[in-house]
Design a protein around this ligand. Structure first.
Ligand code: ADP
Length: 499
């Protein structure tokens, strides 16, 4: 595993790439076409490994393995307790391999190693334990009908779940998807993001080591328009779950509608407000707003990307937010103490820089950053804009990078209206000690999560998802299980109504 480093040289992680093929029916196999694609180190742009490039033929193979494991295989027929125990054993292996998995995640994604090793991979383990605990607690109800009937509901798995995940939190989102699907007895075909295929292959192998039967979890690495679209359109996939951009989310829904009308859950983009009320402790609010935006290089669907600050503390807040951004430690994510690594790839890097230019051109005040950091890799300086207006592109579009936009407001009704004036509704932050503000805002904000005096709290038990174009359905918590269950009503006539 990669130890925290103290030298200035780039650190080469001490991990091997053991798995770079598709995982189908419990076996690692090449793509049917024999094609591979490179996955890159965002610190340098160098190739880490070549990975099998799955396409529709591979998706067909994976879906038929998942179909067989569902229709004939042991998974839905196993006792829920046995399923639960395999998931617990998997969680134990995740814990044991924590640092290797974290190193793979950092290498492929660029996120700080300490964040991966101390926060994300432990969270993945926690999520699998959470859903392992659910496996044997899923059951139906009886209902009182007006007549001589015994009515019961069976909560049955839907079947084969197709799951498509993004690159910003490769394994965390893997756990949010795979955990509830498997706990409730479904089988899965998962497509990883093309930028970050490595960690999912590594841990899915561990899942089999923990006793997962072949075909229950299949992993197809490859691209969206090929492998991803094939999964969405497949007639034998019973359910889709997608996390990614709102644009791709629309296509996923359309593919589902055009094929077999499989139900879809979506977790999409956002432009989340972080509202600092006039009574707030400014230093604490600055720190919270900073983390809400800059965490994970700003590559969070729920990033607090519109920082609304009350006019009475606006100037002080901007000064301190700028000072905090200037202090942010950017560098090789394998080094201890680094807060911000590189962006994921050149496309995102260029896109973020072009939003920064647009912010400057539209008249926002650039307080800090604004440029690339260093001369290689995809590092961007922590960037803060003040005097941002609602109609500027940087206040409307999801930038998905380390760019904070600070807006000024006067009163509560105004900030509610402006905060809600977006097609998104994923999350919101409120910073205040005033109960009335806190509750008024949390009820008025049209968002799936409202964090009060905190942000990015991602407990396994807390449901997460979007209003409006930020998605539908919920991941995490008990709510996510219903996405993977069919409800069957079983109605039996009674001989004697008195029974
Ligand atoms: P991002 O801009 O963050 O890469 P995407 O929504 O494009 O967001 O990507 C998220 C996931 O969706 C990735 O796994 C990607 O391969 C997949 N994807 C992209 N395009 C499509 C598509 N047309 N059909 C299905 N999946 C897709």
């Amino acid at each position: 595993s990669a130890a925290a480093a103290t030298v200035e040289e780039p650190i080469i992680p001490q991990v091997q790439i053991d798995h770079n093929q598709l995982l189908i029916d419990g076996q690692f196999v090449d793509a049917a076409s024999g094609k591979t694609f490179p996955t890159f180190d965002p610190r340098t742009g160098d190739v880490i490994a070549n990975v099998a490039e799955g396409d529709s033929e591979d998706v067909n193979r994976a879906v038929s393995a998942a179909r067989k494991a569902f229709d004939e295989g042991p998974w839905p027929r196993m006792t829920a307790y046995e399923r639960s125990r395999i998931m617990y054993r998997f969680a134990d292996l995740l814990e044991k391999h924590n640092d290797t998995i974290a190193a793979l995640e950092t290498w492929d994604n660029g996120k700080p190693y300490e964040q991966a090793a101390k926060v994300e991979i432990p969270m993945v383990t926690r999520v699998f334990r959470y859903y392992a605990g659910w496996a044997d607690k899923i059951h139906g109800l009886t209902a009182p009908a007006d007549g001589p009937y015994h009515v019961q509901t069976l909560h049955e798995p839907i079947g084969v779940a197709g799951q498509i995940i993004p690159w910003n939190f490769p394994l965390v989102i893997y756990s949010w998807k795979v955990g509830p699907a498997l706990a409730s007895g479904n089988t899965v075909v998962l497509k990883t993001a093309e930028q970050t295929p490595l960690s999912a292959l590594y841990v899915s192998n561990l899942f089999h080591e923990a006793g997962l039967p072949p075909g229950v979890l299949n992993v197809v690495t490859g691209f969206g328009p090929t492998a991803g679209a094939a999964l969405c359109k497949h007639m034998d996939v019973d359910k889709l779950a997608f996390t990614g951009s709102s644009g791709t989310g629309k296509r996923v829904m359309a593919f589902a509608a055009e094929s077999n009308m499989k139900p879809v859950t979506l977790e999409l983009g956002g432009k989340s407000p972080f509202i600092v009320c006039k009574d707030g402790d400014v230093d604490a609010a600055v720190e919270a707003a900073h983390t809400a935006l800059f965490f994970n290089q700003g590559q969070c669907c729920c990033a607090g990307s519109r920082t609304f600050v009350h006019e009475s503390i606006y100037d002080e807040f901007v000064e301190k937010a700028k000072a905090r951004a200037l202090k942010r430690v950017v560098g090789d994510p394998f080094k201890s103490g680094v807060e911000q690594g590189p962006q994921i790839d050149s496309m995102q890097f260029e896109k973020i820089l072009s939003y920064i230019r647009s912010g400057i051109e539209s008249g926002a005040t650039l307080e800090s950053g604004g440029q690339r950091s260093g001369s290689k890799g995809y590092y961007i300086q922590p960037t803060v804009f003040s005097n941002v207006q609602d109609d500027m592109l940087i206040a409307k579009d999801e930038i998905f990078g380390p760019v904070q936009s600070i807006l000024k407001f006067k009163d509560l009704d105004e900030v509610i209206r402006r905060a809600n004036a977006t097609p998104y509704g994923l999350a919101a932050g409120v910073f205040t000690q005033n109960l009335e503000y806190a509750h008024t805002l949390s009820r008025a904000l049209r968002a799936g999560t409202v964090w009060i005096n905190c942000y990015d709290v991602f407990d396994a038990a807390i449901p997460f998802g979007g209003y409006k174009m930020s998605g539908q359905g919920r991941v995490r918590g008990a709510y996510s299980l219903s996405n993977y269950l069919q409800v069957k009503a079983v109605v039996t006539a009674l001989k004697n109504p008195a029974w």
